[in-house]
Design a binder for this molecule. Structure first.
Ligand code: GLU
Length: 497
């Protein structure tokens, strides 16, 4: 287990083959936390050896996503570092060197089998209900003979020569010791026929050369962990600590999310891709808090964590191997908590782009007045526009049916609105302290409920049935505009009869 005094070197090693999703973000977060907590380094390594699957722009998106979450790396392809390069496509020769070492020590071999032969073997094995494995045809070709064929230009790959006898015991931090029979391990390909190393070799070599102390990765790598340990041991290296995180399940708790389901989420204002969260009104602080707790806990009740809290409190021994279901209701909850935790200035700075992209022109001083009265009321930043957009619109949409109070006709509602107008025109100042008492008196006088009277007023002034607190809102809108809006509501109601 890591101690606070041993600086950890931890890497996030994504393949730039798609969007950064919650699973990747969580891995990166735990990497970052362990590195920062121990005074070590968080390293970004781009695993781009599978050239066919590369997606243009994915590397940049990954970096933007990490930066948005606040997870700045200490070494990486863009900033360099003492163990670069940090892009696997730029390290081809290094992998060749270690593949050769494995061949020389009898831990790997050249394989010349044709795709047709491999296909035939696979079909046969499947027919016999065996797990498809390499059949060993080239395992025992004499090294000189193999070398001669390679030099003669014969097409080949390099495979790991998995031991056929005995067993191997590997240790995962969350699951303890795992022992497997060596004969169940396939002779995996390490280097393809085009000379490019595959993950199994490239990642092991990089982890060693980059002095990685902890490999934190998805549990899809657990089945090949024994192979990875064999490679480390064959090269005489000390293994890193292996940490395989729990899997993410879809919100229903059943299975993994398909690509289609992931894409469809956006219709409900949700996503599993980091790039989408900003536009959906989520704070990076909340996303970090949310994903931190999908697979880790501090105790059984603390739920609010800033990134700094997490750096202080994170520990590998409180990681949980059970699958974690993605729960968007919890995300909204955390988003609300982190929104309330912002200063008013910061909150108003964060909501501003949402008003701008709704075509409104939010000026800072007005936003600063609105911020405190809506900060308690929104779960996502974009909701600010829904509830406070009216402050920036020259006119509000008034509808007779909304302006008409419950239990009253349109004409009666118009009457109430006229009385409100008389009271409000007379107040010296449109503030909560000055305007509310005479309005309350009016409610009494009219023998109506506050809901009826203030409902008419609210709809007239804000165009909405639900709004931030009415008198505070009217103070921001200003007396002149309140009076104008009320007059237009009266006209509308009067015409309705
Ligand atoms: N490139 C691998 C992936 O994206 C990284 C796994 C690891 O962290 O070692 O799944």
């Amino acid at each position: 287990m890591s101690s606070n005094f041993t600086p950890a070197r931890v890497r996030f090693a994504p393949s730039p083959t798609g969007h950064l999703h919650l699973g990747g973000a969580r891995t990166a977060l735990y990497d970052y936390l362990l590195a920062k907590q121990t005074g070590g380094q968080f390293i970004l390594r781009i695993e781009d050896t599978d050239r066919k699957r590369l997606v243009p722009g994915a590397e940049e998106e990954l970096m933007n996503g990490l930066r948005w979450l606040g997870l700045q790396w200490d070494e990486g392809p863009d900033i360099g570092g003492p163990y670069g390069p940090y892009r696997q496509s730029e390290r081809k020769e290094i992998y060749q060197e270690y593949a050769q070492k494995l061949i020389e020590t009898g831990h790997a071999f050249y394989c010349f089998c044709s795709p047709e032969h491999l296909e035939k073997v696979r079909t046969e094995q499947q027919k016999n209900k065996q797990i498809p494995h390499y059949d060993g045809t080239c395992r025992n070709i004499a090294p000189e003979e193999a070398l001669r064929r390679v030099q003669a230009g014969e097409k080949h790959v390099i495979r790991f020569k998995a031991p056929r006898e005995g067993s191997i015991t590997v240790k995962d931090t969350l699951r303890g010791d795992i022992t497997v029979e060596n004969r169940t391990i396939d002779d995996y390909i390490l280097v393809k026929s085009d000379g490019l190393a595959l993950y199994h070799l490239a990642a092991m070599v990089d982890d060693h050369l980059m002095k990685i102390t902890h490999v934190i990765r998805g549990s899809e790598w657990l089945p090949t962990l024994p192979l990875h340990c064999h490679i480390h041991r064959a090269l005489g290296w000390q293994e890193p600590e292996w940490v395989h995180l729990s899997v993410f399940l879809k919100p229903t708790g059943k299975g993994k999310m398909s690509k289609r389901e992931a894409a469809d989420l956006i219709k409900d204002g949700h996503s599993i891709f980091v790039k989408d969260f900003d536009g959906l009104g989520y704070l990076p602080e909340a996303v970090v808090n949310w994903i931190a707790l999908m697979g880790w806990s501090f105790d059984d009740h603390t739920e609010f964590f800033s990134l700094n809290d997490l750096v202080e409190k994170f520990s590998l021994n409180r990681l949980n191997p059970s699958p974690a279901a993605i729960n968007f209701t919890k995300l909204d909850h955390f988003n609300g908590l982190h929104i309330r935790n912002l200063s008013v200035e910061e909150f108003s700075r964060r909501i501003k782009p949402f008003f701008s992209s709704a075509g409104l022109n939010p000026d800072d001083s007005k936003l600063l007045k609105i911020a405190p009265i809506i900060q308690e009321r929104v779960a996502t930043l974009d909701e600010s526009v829904d509830i406070a957009g009216f402050f920036f619109r020259p006119t509000v949409e008034q509808k007779v049916e909304d302006l008409t109070a419950k239990g009253l006709t349109a004409a009666q509602s118009a009457d109430v609105a006229r009385k409100c107008l008389t009271v409000l025109e007379a107040v010296p100042e449109m503030t909560l302290e000055v305007a509310e008492p005479p309005m309350r008196n009016l409610v009494e006088e009219l023998g109506l409920s506050a809901g009826q009277v203030f409902g008419i007023l609210r709809t007239a002034v804000t165009g909405q049935k639900v709004s931030p607190p009415l008198f505070e809102s009217m103070e921001i809108i200003g007396k002149e505009e309140v009076v104008n809006r009320l007059k237009s509501a009266i006209n509308l109601l009067a015409q309705a009869d």
